[in-house]
Design a protein around this ligand. Sequence first.
Ligand SMILES: Cc1cc2nc3c(=O)[nH]c(=O)nc-3n(C[C@H](O)[C@H](O)[C@H](O)COP(=O)(O)OP(=O)(O)OC[C@H]3O[C@@H](n4cnc5c(N)ncnc54)[C@H](O)[C@@H]3O)c2cc1C
Length: 406
Amino acid sequence: MDLTHGEQHERFRLEVRAFLAEHWTAARGGQGVPTPEHEARFRRLAVERAYIYRHVPRRYGGAEQPFDPVVEDVLRDEFNAAGAPMGISGGGPGMLVPTLLERGTEAQREEFIDATLHGDIRWCQGYSEPGSGSDLASLSSRAELDGDEWVITGHKIWTSSAHVADWMFGLFRTEPDEPRHGGITYLLVPMRQPGIEVRPLRQLTGDADFNEVFLDGARTPVRYQVGERGEGWQVSRTTLKYERNMLGDPRQLQNVLDDLVELARRTRIEGRPAIESAQIRQRLAELEGYVAAQRWSANRQLTAVARGAPESAQAVTLMSKLYGTELSKRLAELGYDLLAADEALLQPPVEGLGRRLPRDPRRPGAWTLQYLMSHAGAIAAGSSNIQRNIIGERVLGMPRDLRRRS
Ligand SMILES: Cc1cc2nc3c(=O)[nH]c(=O)nc-3n(C[C@H](O)[C@H](O)[C@H](O)COP(=O)(O)OP(=O)(O)OC[C@H]3O[C@@H](n4cnc5c(N)ncnc54)[C@H](O)[C@@H]3O)c2cc1C
């Protein structure tokens, strides 16, 4: 079977590779961590070349290209191989921007999209609440209208990056008498105001990427409501679709598998490289099979999208999130099992950078971090059990989960 993309796309691949070699790899001059200025320059150039933000109109800071899934696939391959970012990471560009493009007003798009894509506005996602995670429709944070402003009272939890965010996109109950999904509105809320308190939650890794957010009389103008009042649930489904698409990429799994093979080569068990142990080889071979299966699934998804069959593509996306995130845990588990005691110690985050060094599997503690963080993807954006329920109901046509019927 020939899995290359055809002459035109393979030529395009070479162009992208040359661009990345010049403007990402060489321009960094071997530095471990690119500076924010370098990233910003690189991002502008990549938009000009129409390599990133392709789906966003030019007037909002994007590249405005017709959808071509094969081009997107080539770009993801090459950016991954070069370790280059496909734009600003996180919920703003990945989730909110497509939501505003589908559901926002013209004024909201003009105010937020360009600034979000280029990192001038940072966002957090205010969905989960204590007791309302998987069962999100039971959320109870409320917003009440006062003139032309919403006044918000409530408690959000697990809010990633709330401590650095300028704005929150969140769900709030505006019609308390409506049934669960009915009375919710999707609001954009400025984070820097007196009615908002952010308290960090320290996680297993020692970092505090998560927060609790307490809202007590926080305000946001009605013009920052996305979609109709009471229809926030439907708007949130748009966001979630894009969030789940961000998880389970086979390229990232392949990166971890490659690192794992390298770790097995340099780790010694009873004086011999671990990779020579039959037991370790067996585990590696099994994992390699699963990573290959994930890659073929991604190819099926690509084929379905290219043939204009969004429903079968959606089914594969749901399965990719489930299997990709579960597989990520198994890969990291083997890495952790292979470590010597001194390699397992977690290193503190790098002072001043506000984040850890880029992926460096040789750094002490790197596999421990990978192991601890690998559990996150299987919970975020819908836990694995919830994902199984959705696949059962929407793809296999099984009866709905009793607890979620309403
Ligand atoms: C890395 C990470 C980042 C996150 N970032 C954010 C964020 O920025 N903003 C935000 O709003 N939230 C965020 N979350 C929260 C995330 O959305 C919730 O953790 C998730 O929806 C699960 O909810 P919960 O933690 O309340 O668990 P629960 O819903 O209490 O679930 C506990 C367990 O019960 C199982 N379970 C629950 N209901 C069912 C059912 N009906 N059938 C079968 N099993 C079930 C679940 O699978 C799980 O194993 C983040 C989570 C993680 C891990």
